[in-house]
Design a protein around this ligand. Structure first.
Ligand code: GDP
Ligand code: MG
Length: 160
C-alpha cells in the first residue's frame, strides 16, 4: 500500500464483496454500497448476476468438507447477487470489520450483519477474509477488463 499506480488510486489493496441473494431481495443493495462509499473506499468493479452452482462451489471450495457446503451453494445460487471489487487502505480488514461476524447473532449493531440479519444461513453479504483469498476471488469473479482504474478526486481528502 502507498505506492502510486497511475489512474488506479494511491492505495491499491483490493477485496471482493458480494451482496448475497437475500441482500438483493431485501433491497439492501443501495444501503450496503452507501456504507462503503461513505467510508472512503473506491468501487472498481460491479455486476449483478445469478451465479452458477459450479462457480459457487469453486468460491466456497475451502468449505467443501463442511456440512453446510451444499446449502451455502444452493442459497448463493438461488437468485441474483451483486459482485463487487472495492479498493482502499487495508480494505480487506476494513470491509470485514464493517460486515461483522459470520453469525449475525455475534455481530455488533453498526455492522452490516449486526444491523440487517439474524441467521448465519441468511447473512446478506460476503467479504474476502485475507489479501490472498481476495486476489483469488477477484480473479474467479471478474475478468481484468471488468475492473476499472479511475482517479478518485476525493482521494487527498481521505488519505494523508
Ligand atoms: P464468512 O467468511 O464470515 O462469510 O464465513 P465462512 O467463510 O465461515 O462461511 C461462508 C458462508 O457459509 C457464511 O457466510 C454463511 O453464508 C455460510 N455458513 C457458514 N457457517 C454456516 C452454518 O453453520 N450453517 C449454514 N447454513 N451456513 C453457514
Ligand atoms: Mg469466509
Amino acid at each position: 500500500a502507498g505506492l502510486f499506480h497511475s489512474g488506479c488510486g494511491r492505495i491499491n489493496e483490493r477485496t471482493f464483496v458480494a451482496i448475497k441473494p437475500d441482500g438483493v431481495q431485501r433491497h439492501l443493495v443501495g444501503e450496503i454500497i452507501r456504507r462503503f462509499e461513505q467510508k472512503g473506499l473506491q468501487l472498481v468493479g460491479m455486476k449483478l448476476l445469478q451465479a452458477s452452482e459450479e462457480l459457487l462451489k469453486e468460491h466456497y471450495i475451502a468449505h467443501r468438507d463442511r456440512p453446510f457446503y451444499p446449502r451455502v451453494v444452493k442459497y448463493m445460487s438461488s437468485g441474483p447477487m451483486v459482485a463487487m471489487v472495492w479498493q482502499g487502505l487495508d480494505v480487506v480488514k476494513t470491509v470485514r470489520t464493517m460486515i461483522g461476524e459470520t453469525n449475525p447473532a455475534d455481530s455488533r449493531p453498526g455492522t452490516i450483519r449486526g444491523d440487517f440479519c439474524l441467521e448465519v444461513s441468511k447473512n446478506v453479504i460476503h467479504g474476502s477474509d485475507s489479501v490472498e483469498s481476495a486476489q483469488q476471488e477477484i480473479n474467479l469473479w471478474f475478468r481484468p477488463e471488468e475492473l476499472t482504474c479511475w482517479q478518485d478526486t476525493a482521494e487527498h481528502w481521505i488519505y494523508e
